[in-house]
Design a binder for this molecule. Structure first.
Ligand code: SAM
Length: 251
């Protein structure tokens, strides 16, 4: 995937491009990371990219011209149909489903805002979508862009050592992940669940599915609302409810 980021702080992306899963994807050529700094496209000696807001008020606003030139440079390098996205707390909240969908894109250009924001005319004229990573305000779009691109990268073939890792992950099918254990088998009185030690694959996968449903029910019941469950899931959920009721009776 061809990825372009328009940012006043291109060096911030060194953190992800040289570490971990995303770094490996860059090294292996699965992701081509390209950075464009609007300051390189400003025309005055101070390399100005922002100005005071019309109507007054606090803070500065990113000007259209340097941003547009940076976007044009990115578009020149990008695949023809690259999606142009502004990272913004006012955008659609980024999700696992969106991350998976974006794995199909040949090119993606992410614009990282700074200051109070960006001249609205640039957004109206040149941005296809706006993405938020949550209902809070960051100082800039760079961290948000890194979050979104990391989530996208996990679903690109060849990125993960074992692509099966994404199959059971939280939010893939609207449930949370099941709990994980590794050695040692016993930590004082806290032991690895017997099902996982049984060596019986059916038992292990039944246990994991039940724990995923239980955890979702406990922590994020909203994810289960309105869903149609398979017969097997219904049985497992009944077991979870029975477990909850038994625990309440003991209390
Ligand atoms: N004045 C803007 C508002 O209230 O909507 C916030 C501007 S914020 C200080 C500067 C930049 O950070 C934004 O232009 C955007 O690119 C980025 N940003 C902040 N919060 C974000 C979020 N939750 N998701 C994505 N990007 C965010």
């Amino acid at each position: 995937m061809w990825l372009g980021v328009i940012t006043l702080f291109p060096e911030m992306f060194d953190a992800v491009s040289s570490n971990g899963v995303f770094g490996r994807a860059v090294d292996n050529g699965i992701i081509s990371l390209n950075r464009y700094n609007p300051r390189d496209f400003s025309t005055d000696k101070h390399r100005t990219v922002d100005d005071r807001p019309y109507g007054g008020g606090p803070g500065m606003v990113m000007m259209v011209e340097p941003l547009l030139k940076a976007l044009e440079a990115a578009k020149k390098d990008a695949p023809e149909n690259a999606l142009v996205v502004l990272m913004s707390p006012q955008g659609e909240v980024f999700s696992q489903a969106k991350g998976i969908d974006c794995g199909q894109l040949e090119g993606l250009i992410l614009i990282c805002g700074r200051y109070e924001g960006i001249d609205e005319r640039f957004i109206r004229g040149h941005v296809d979508e706006e993405w938020s990573i949550g209902d809070y305000v960051l100082s800039g779009g760079e961290l948000a862009a890194m979050v979104a691109t990391d989530a996208i990268a996990r679903h690109l073939p060849g990125t993960l050592g074992n692509q099966m890792s994404v199959i059971d992950e939280s939010h893939l099918d609207g449930t949370l992940d099941y709990p994980h254990y590794t050695r040692p088998e016993k930590l004082g009185l806290d032991v690895v669940p017997a099902e996982l030690l049984s060596g019986n694959h059916k038992q292990m996968s039944r246990y994991r599915r039940r724990e995923a449903l239980k955890r979702t029910l406990d922590r994020r019941p909203d994810l289960l609302t309105g869903r149609v469950f398979s017969q097997e899931d219904r049985k497992l959920l009944e077991e979870c409810f029975a477990g909850c009721n038994a625990a309440k009776a003991v209390e």
